[in-house]
Design a protein around this ligand. Structure first.
Ligand code: FAD
Length: 494
């Protein structure tokens, strides 16, 4: 009889518990799963805004939305409002909704540009339900037959606890202890065991490194190289602090740019998460801490916590019999809340390619190729926010405005600037409407538009656009307030 593959998950943060839970839920019959975590070391404790794909991941793995939202004091997120990014005093939203209706030939924003060139068409945001709903502080999962595209804000510590409970109920064994040695088999180069507290030995067949920035298995023991992206994304530190809520929770995250970095504001049902992301190249820790504390809205309920990080990724997320999931495999700063998404997609990929038997190397190669494409697409989108700015009021912004960018991004910007084409490929988490909102929001407008927009007579174009804008307005009017919806749908425990 085939014995179960012994999987050791090292680390119990969001990545560790998501790994343990999803493997147990879908492959539990074939795997024997043990998770090691150290209360003494703790978790990074941030990671509270998400993107809409979380929704589908939860569906795949049987996580019921209301139960999850109650347990994690979650609120809904329709997007992010960016303040002061293009220039100080300016503001725009990147929401998850489609803008207008595109067709196979031309994207909607091209029609809108053509309309604007002819003196009508209003603002682009008039054509996006999620954007108008966010502005109005409203939310529902759908209006009539039209679903809204949304993500969540959640309490990261509560999320890990919620997943732990579910994992243990599925038979995952939790071991408390500190890993002080990773035993590598000299002949095969594989990891053979993890030594805990100088005494216990945990032997496994396959190891998942979820030890966070420490990357004890993939980085330290297997020496997988780290590709540093600090020359494009200079931020390497953050302060995080929680405050009391002073207003009804907004259905969006706020990303407020300052002259030395940017600040997040994430509303939960019971409190607000805040943080300041900055670069040690351009400002001191004291200045960053003071900037954060001067710009929070309610009384603080925790001490500001300092977090150091490095932007980039391990060149192979899967090496030998070990895969890195979460921060151990890399990190792109949290501007577009992509890390939990990258954990989720890595887990789905791992499960589809799981090495039950046979040669592991081709599976690892496939995994690594797909991971690289996915991460580089996210990286480019984040860099766009920094590069496409008119800000020249600080060293921080001067660095970003004038830096060299990856060729892949330079090409994309050029296509948009000349012709308004966006062209995201399938591997890109961020679809056209995301790129468009950020490009327009930060002042990048195309010189030319697609010729197909000029086939339609101006009067017909006007009527078509008016129809879309009216429908958006009517739908927004029907939506309840965000807080009102949460109170009846998923009020937090206690
Ligand atoms: C400033 C900042 C803001 C962020 N914001 C967002 C966001 O808004 N949205 C988003 O999706 N993501 C965000 N992230 C990323 C997100 O926090 C992480 O992706 C997520 O929390 C997963 O972390 P992790 O589980 O990989 O690591 P960790 O939370 O650090 O967990 C590591 C685990 O390994 C264990 N461990 C480490 N060493 C040992 C050892 N020697 N022995 C035993 N156990 C050990 C620890 O105890 C812990 O359990 C943010 C990250 C940062 C730094």
């Amino acid at each position: 009889m085939q014995t179960k593959t012994r999987v050791i998950v090292a680390g119990g943060g969001t990545a560790g518990w998501l790994t343990a839970y999803s493997l147990a839920k879908r492959l539990g019959k074939s795997l024997d799963i043990t998770l090691i975590e150290s209360d003494e070391i703790g978790t990074v404790g941030v990671g509270e805004a998400t993107v809409p794909t979380m929704h589908r991941f939860h569906q795949f793995f049987g996580i019921e939305e209301r139960e999850f939202m109650r347990a994690t004091q979650a609120t809904f997120k329709l997007g992010i409002v960016f303040d002061n990014w293009g220039a100080p005093g300016e503001s725009y939203a990147h929401t998850f909704g489609e803008i207008g209706q595109s067709n196979w030939l031309v994207e909607f924003h091209q029609y809108w540009l053509e309309a604007n060139a002819n003196g009508f068409g209003g603002k682009l945001e008039d054509y996006c339900l999620e954007l108008k709903a966010a502005e109005a502080g409203k939310f529902a999962k759908k209006v009539g037959d039209t679903p809204l595209t949304y993500a969540f804000h959640l309490n990261a510590t509560a999320y890990a606890g919620f997943l732990r409970q579910k994992s243990e109920a599925l038979g995952v064994r939790r071991v408390e202890g500190k890993i002080d040695e990773v035993v590598v088999d000299k002949e095969t180069g594989n990891i053979a065991a993890l030594k805990l507290d100088h005494e216990r030995n945990l032997v496994g067949d396959f190891f998942v490194d979820c030890t966070g920035f420490r990357s004890l298995l993939l980085g330290d023991a297997l020496n997988v190289e780290f590709e540093d992206w600090g020359h494009w994304l200079a931020s390497d530190r953050a302060f995080a602090v929680q405050t009391e809520s002073t207003e009804s929770p907004s259905p969006y995250t706020r990303a407020i740019a300052h002259d030395i970095g940017w600040q997040w504001r994430i509303p939960l049902q019971t409190r607000t998460g805040n943080g300041l992301v900055y670069s040690s190249r351009f400002c001191s820790d004291d200045e960053a801490r003071a900037t954060l504390l001067n710009n929070v809205t309610g009384p603080t309920i925790t001490e500001p916590r300092a977090i150091k990080f490095r932007t980039g990724r391990r060149v192979s997320a899967w090496h030998r019999n070990c895969v890195g999931i979460g921060l151990s495999s890399g990190f792109v700063e949290p501007l577009e809340s992509t890390s939990i998404h990258l954990i989720d997609t890595a887990l789905v990929r791992l499960m589809r390619l799981f090495p039950f038997a046979g040669a592991m190397a081709p599976l690892a190669e496939q995994f690594n190729q797909e991971t690289q494409t996915e991460w580089e697409a996210v990286r480019d989108f984040i860099i766009l926010h920094y590069k496409q700015t008119q800000r020249d009021d600080s060293e921080f912004w001067n660095f970003y405005r004038t830096m060299e960018i990856p060729d892949t991004l330079a090409h994309r910007i050029e296509m948009f600037r000349e012709n308004g084409y966006v062209w995201p490929d399938q591997a890109n988490l961020f679809r056209s409407h995301s790129w468009i909102q950020v490009m327009f929001g930060q002042g990048l407008f195309p010189k030319h538009t697609h010729g197909a927009t000029r086939i339609l007579p101006a009067e017909s174009l006007k009527a078509e656009l008016a129809k879309v804008a009216t429908s958006v307005n009517q739908n927004v009017a029907k939506l309840p307030g965000h807080e009102e919806f949460i109170k009846q749908y998923c009020p937090a425990h206690g």
